[in-house]
Write a protein that binds this ligand. Structure first.
Ligand code: SF4
Length: 424
């Protein structure tokens, strides 16, 4: 154990310093977010301005879309663009014109920056402004960066949602926004619970279509469902909205505390709260009880990937009895994850950023029962005899809310079971 890790062991969780590392990192870029965002926003198209590598990443990660009319594509920057011999803006305008004339169903177009577009300093905000004027009001054009130079894989969603905030219509009425993209079925479950609590004027960012985007003003409040939304939070606060702090809705306890923060903010009675949450709480607790024995006292090590690590560590330690060794996150925004951090009553190493070789050494030395990491690290670690869980699965699988509490625990129990089966 290194010196910094020793210091952490002597502190209470709330006050621990974070071990900050700024070395080589092994994470996907923000383009990955398009894979779930294009399913969520049904009248949007994501046009990546990038290279063949970017196109390959998207196509292999979202291969199923070959069978449907896709809602994302890549405008490939060729060598002459990269060498500055062609006007990339003219070419982009032509691509957009072809796309929009062929696809009248597109109401929102996201121009997505990549490493190559960053390198040649192609100003996509100017392009979005110009194209917005051309296609307004039929199509709204936004831009954000998914470049691996600037973002890790969940930050693509953050950048996308933050780009939407300035376009939200102004309101002087009280309203609540649920912020972060969830599978529709999970979103509907949470919205139903909120409605049953009697909270009115609730909308979701991102809305499923352009006409369903929330309105915003000084009397708006919002609650996050994803912990990686730092830029979106700042953009919403800049427009006057107030954040409701809460632990993230993972597991029975997490979901109850998340709803309780809404109950307190909207003065819902204790009686109503109990009535609304009692049955789903019981279902979630029963689902978790069956899995706890498989996870209890098992040691877990998180490499930094999705920024979901701290809320998940809270869930796995408190609700499943797991022992936390290291909880790594690419970026830690204490304001957003403070409520989860405060609840962790173990003393793991919390690390931010990555120096992958040092972290691999810490991982091997601590011999965890399960290691949560990216695809690139999983295979070599499995070959060394460690049991791994792909971090990206946690983003693609429905894991929020009461009804998914058992599935979430199962995601960690399954690799342990598989490893035990292989040993027999
Ligand atoms: Fe690779 Fe950068 Fe394209 Fe991502 S944006 S696929 S890191 S070149």
């Amino acid at each position: 154990m290194n010196q910094q890790a020793k210091i952490l062991k002597n502190s209470s969780c709330k006050d621990v310093p974070i071990l900050k590392e700024r070395g080589q990192r092994e994470v996907f870029c923000g383009l990955t977010g398009i894979i779930w965002m294009h399913r969520k926003i049904q009248d949007a198209f994501f046009l990546v301005v990038g290279s063949r590598t970017c196109a390959h990443l998207l196509q292999s990660a979202a291969g199923v879309m070959i069978f449907a009319e896709p809602r994302f594509g890549t405008a490939i920057l060729e060598e002459k663009d990269l060498a500055g011999m062609a006007d990339a803006h003219d070419e982009l305008d032509r691509e957009v014109e072809t796309l929009l004339s062929r696809r009248p169903d597109i109401k929102q177009l996201f121009l997505v920056g990549s490493c190559p577009s960053e390198v040649i300093k192609l100003d996509l905000s100017k392009a979005a402004e110009r194209l917005s004027k051309v296609y307004f009001p039929k199509v709204r054009v936004f831009n954000f960066s998914g470049s691996g130079i600037e973002t890790t894989f969940t930050q693509g969603e953050d950048a996308c949602l933050a780009s939407l905030v300035p376009s939200l219509e102004e309101t002087d009425k009280e309203n609540l926004m649920i912020v972060g993209s969830l599978p529709d079925i999970v979103e509907d479950q949470l919205l139903e619970l909120i409605e049953d609590l009697g909270i009115k004027n609730v909308s979701v960012l991102p809305g499923r279509t352009a006409s369903k985007m929330p309105m915003i003003g000084e009397k708006s409040s919002f609650i996050l469902v994803q912990p990686f939304l730092t830029d979106t939070t700042e953009a919403l606060e800049k427009r006057g909205a107030t954040m409701i702090n809460a632990p993230f809705p993972f597991g029975e306890e997490g979901t109850t505390l998340w709803l309780k923060s809404l109950k307190d903010a909207f003065s819902v009675s204790e009686e109503t709260f109990e009535k609304v949450t009692e049955a789903p709480r019981k279902r979630a607790a029963a689902a978790l009880a069956g899995l706890r024995s498989r996870l209890e006292k098992r040691k877990i090590f998180f490499f930094p990937d999705s920024q979901l690590e701290i809320p998940l560590a809270r869930f796995l330690s408190r609700e499943c009895g797991m022992e936390l060794i290291e909880v790594g996150s690419p970026y830690i925004n204490r304001k957003i994850i403070e409520s989860d951090l405060q609840l962790i009553n173990q003393e793991p190493v919390f690390s931010e950023g990555q120096d992958v070789d040092l972290q691999l050494d810490r991982c091997r030395n601590s011999k965890p029962d399960i290691t949560v990491c990216g695809l690139g690290l999983a295979n070599p670690l499995e070959a060394e005899g460690l049991t791994t869980k792909w971090a990206i699965e946690l983003v693609f699988t429905p894991i929020h809310g009461y009804e998914q509490a058992g599935d979430l625990a199962e995601l960690f129990a399954r690799p342990l079971k598989r490893r035990e089966a292989l040993k027999i």
